[in-house]
Design a protein around this ligand. Structure first.
Ligand code: IPE
Ligand code: IPE
Ligand code: MG
Length: 250
């Protein structure tokens, strides 16, 4: 595993696993096959992240905007999610992984939601790694919901508007008890965020690879982590400041 420093791994890695459709198209196959291979790869990368000792892995499984895809494709993605949850339950529990989900999950078809809630519940005490699925997730709707709840609490007299700061807003997001992502990996080359963790990624290191998600292997993951370890995180300070403060920048 070349010179990866396992003591300086990102605590929280977020992934936008993009490119399933293009992977299939390159092979003159249906998009479905790309999603099937993509799902298999999620299993592989989750297992590997756990082996490496990543503490939090957030995967963008389905966005708010993805609901607007053709009905048939949405159906296939939902079926694959359900299948994944059933097939991986044992592995998740055996590996002491804690499954979480963030998004408007009530929009999911009942059988999918049922499997999701089951694994979340069964794994809730696990401490080895948090696997956080963003499903039916959009960062803008997350922030809007937070603003609505904050406004209600202000109206109830819980705190005055002046008390609203970034720490308070963070407490109203799905990620309230998670550290911000240290590293974002996006596959398939798109240089965009696509409504993912807009607030939480203020200082996240970005890594984009042209590799399509079904081809994103363990080696590719290590490459992303190695690149992360070369980054100098400054959080707005000068390099001298980060050195003299002895900042743990990783
Ligand atoms: C990512 O692959 C999977 C989901 C969005 C659920 P895509 O389906 O977006 O694949 P491309 O971007 O069309 O290649
Ligand atoms: C982002 O991919 C969402 C997921 C991977 C679930 P998209 O394929 O939906 O993003 P855009 O449309 O290329 O921005
Ligand atoms: Mg895409």
């Amino acid at each position: 595993m070349s010179d990866l420093d396992l003591r300086r791994l990102p605590k929280h890695v977020a992934i936008i696993p993009d490119g399933n459709g293009r992977w299939a198209k390159l092979r003159s196959e249906e998009r479905t096959l790309g999603h099937v291979r993509g799902t298999t790869n999620v299993k592989e990368i989750v297992t590997f992240a756990k082996e490496l000792g990543i503490q939090v892995l957030t995967i963008y499984a389905f966005s708010d905007e993805n609901w607007q895809r053709p009905l048939q494709e949405v159906g296939i993605l939902m079926d694959l999610l359900k299948q994944y949850l059933i097939e991986e339950r044992e592995t998740i529990l055996k590996n002491k992984i804690q499954l979480r989900a963030m998004g408007t999950i009530d929009r999911l078809p009942a059988p999918v939601l049922e499997e999701l809630k089951k694994t979340i519940e069964l794994s809730s005490q696990n401490q080895e790694m948090i696997l956080n699925f963003a499903v039916s997730y959009g960062s803008r709707s997350e922030i809007i919901q937070a603003i609505q709840k904050i406004s209600q609490d202000v109206l109830k007299g819980k705190f005055p508007p002046e008390k609203i700061d970034s720490a308070l807003l963070s407490q109203y997001l799905y990620t309230k008890d998670l550290p911000d992502p240290d590293l974002l990996i996006r596959t398939s080359g798109e240089m965009r965020i696509s409504n993912f963790l807009l607030w939480q990624m203020a200082y996240t290191e970005l890594y984009v690879t042209p590799t399509l998600w079904p081809d994103f292997s363990r080696e590719e993951f290590v490459k992303a982590l190695l690149e992360y370890q070369t980054r100098k995180r400054r959080f707005g300070l000068t390099e001298e400041q980060t050195l003299s403060h002895g900042c743990d920048t990783h």
